[in-house]
Design a protein around this ligand. Structure first.
Ligand SMILES: Cc1cc2nc3c(=O)[nH]c(=O)nc-3n(C[C@H](O)[C@H](O)[C@H](O)COP(=O)(O)OP(=O)(O)OC[C@H]3O[C@@H](n4cnc5c(N)ncnc54)[C@H](O)[C@@H]3O)c2cc1C
Length: 420
């Protein structure tokens, strides 16, 4: 078989010139695009699904955790800004509830600044509200659109190539934010990365969440309950590589063929599920981790455990390290800071990282990967991208104090209120 095919060169239509392009509309990308547009930057977001949320909606991960430390000291609400705004909007629309029955934690209130550790939410209301927020902020949205490649001059990203029903097109931007989760753009740009190649090494498995109905109100089954249904944690994929075409397909086949066996086992364990049934499986297996890109700094497990708040802190996190030690390693402080340098890729200009692919070791990732923190990281990335585009300086050279000041003015918690 022929190993390579040389694609003929061709001219592509240019879709537009933007200040900021965000690739991927998961929790990180949604927050980045919203923050960037609210800063006044002309912002395009592309997303393969016709809604925002990524893992939160397309993979039915309907439970935001990490709003504050799960255990004491938990006085500091570490997730504020866009994530808090969305939770409050969900609560107002009957689309979320604090979920101590899912995760044992102390219940706070449902008011601004005093939110509980975790919230289960209605994925449809999440889709509706995030879209409304993005449209109201003037974000230019392209759904059903897949990122294909970056446009690069030397070590600087200047735009992207994408495909949708209109074919293959180019778009240019002063700053591109990679919020694809797998870091597809950073990978194409040649940013150095690492990933767990060998499944004997510690890593979080990908799993299929699925929605069930037909259970009694007082069921003993644990899951994310909204609107008379419940999303439950389903089969895990085992070894695989969700960042490759064959690998992702193998994982999908494995978990989708296992889903009815998994449900039968749950029915055996929880007899009150007798009449329950599967309502839906998600569009995409839940992918917890693939590539981590090398940034100007790599956050470590020590930073997390010691509660370091660096000078360039742009978001706070307090979630336990969930798996690495073989137990849930709770933190003994109110939170630690995510350095801006973790969002700035080594070598490549014109590009920022947002979400689960930022520069981190495994232990730190298992804490900051919670959605509450990903909202804040996304908001910081989008704010930084807008500042970079508007001030005409590369993301690695922006005025960090201006970024931090702007985030605080916009309601973010970046460590300014940490006491313990
Ligand atoms: C099984 C599982 C259980 C979890 N449990 C919890 C929990 O209980 N609580 C909690 O808070 N967190 C939980 N997490 C972690 C959390 O959900 C994730 O860390 C977080 O949602 C990641 O957000 P993200 O925006 O960085 O990435 P993603 O959600 O992966 O978003 C990436 C987005 O980019 C899009 N995209 C990717 N590639 C392309 C492309 N080439 N072109 C166009 N679009 C593209 C995707 O469609 C997606 O919308 C869990 C995760 C999993 C998988």
């Amino acid at each position: 078989m022929q190993q390579f095919y040389t694609e003929p060169a061709r001219e592509l239509p240019v879709y537009g010139n933007f200040d900021v392009i965000v690739i991927g509309g998961g929790v990180a990308g949604f927050s980045a695009a919203l923050a960037s547009a609210r800063q006044g930057a002309n912002t395009l977001i592309i997303e393969q699904f016709p809604y925002f949320g990524g893992t939160a909606t397309a993979s039915l991960m309907a439970n935001i955790v990490g709003v504050r430390n799960q255990v004491k000291p938990n006085d500091l609400q570490v997730m504020k800004g866009i994530g808090e705004e969305l939770i409050l909007a969900l609560l107002e629309n009957g689309g979320a509830h604090s979920s101590p029955e899912t995760y044992k934690s102390e219940r706070h209130s449902d008011t601004k600044g005093d939110l509980s550790y975790t919230f289960a939410f209605d994925t449809e209301k999440f889709k509706y509200l995030t879209l409304k927020m993005a449209v109201e902020a003037g974000v230019h949205i392209l759904f059903h659109t897949r990122f294909s490649d970056i446009i690069q001059g030397g070590d600087k990203v200047t735009g992207i190539i994408f495909e949708n029903k209109s074919g293959r097109q180019a778009a240019f931007a002063k700053v591109v934010v990679d919020a694809t989760g797998d870091g597809d753009a950073a990978y194409c740009a040649g940013v150095p990365y690492w990933q767990v190649e060998n499944d004997e090494a510690p890593r979080l498995n990908d799993s299929l969440m699925y929605r069930i109905g037909g259970f009694p109100d007082d069921t003993a089954m644990r899951g994310c309950r909204t609107a008379g249904t419940m999303v439950v944690w389903g089969p895990s994929s085992g070894p695989g590589n969700a960042a490759s075409g064959d690998g992702l397909t193998e994982e999908e086949i494995r978990v989708r063929l296992a889903v009815y066996d998994d449900f039968s086992e749950k029915k055996m364990e929880v007899p009150d599920l007798r009449d329950a049934y599967i309502v839906e499986t998600p569009a995409l297996i839940g992918i917890r981790q693939t590539r981590f890109f090398e940034g100007e700094y790599k956050i470590t497990g020590e930073d997390v455990i010691e509660g370091i708040v660096p000078e360039d802190s742009i978001a706070m996190a307090a979630n336990p390290i969930i798996h690495y030690y073989g137990y849930r390693r709770f933190l003994e402080h109110e939170g630690y800071g995510i350095p801006y340098r973790c969002l700035v890729p080594k070598k490549v200009d014109g590009l920022l990282l947002a979400g689960r692919c930022i520069s981190s070791d495994q232990r730190a990732f298992e804490s900051w990967r919670a959605m509450a923190h990903i909202f804040c990281i996304g908001e910081a990335a989008g704010t930084a991208a807008a500042i970079s585009a508007q001030d005409g300086v590369e993301p690695r050279k922006i005025n960090i104090e201006k970024l931090r000041r702007t985030l605080i003015e916009n309601g973010a918690e970046i460590g300014q209120n940490k006491k313990i």
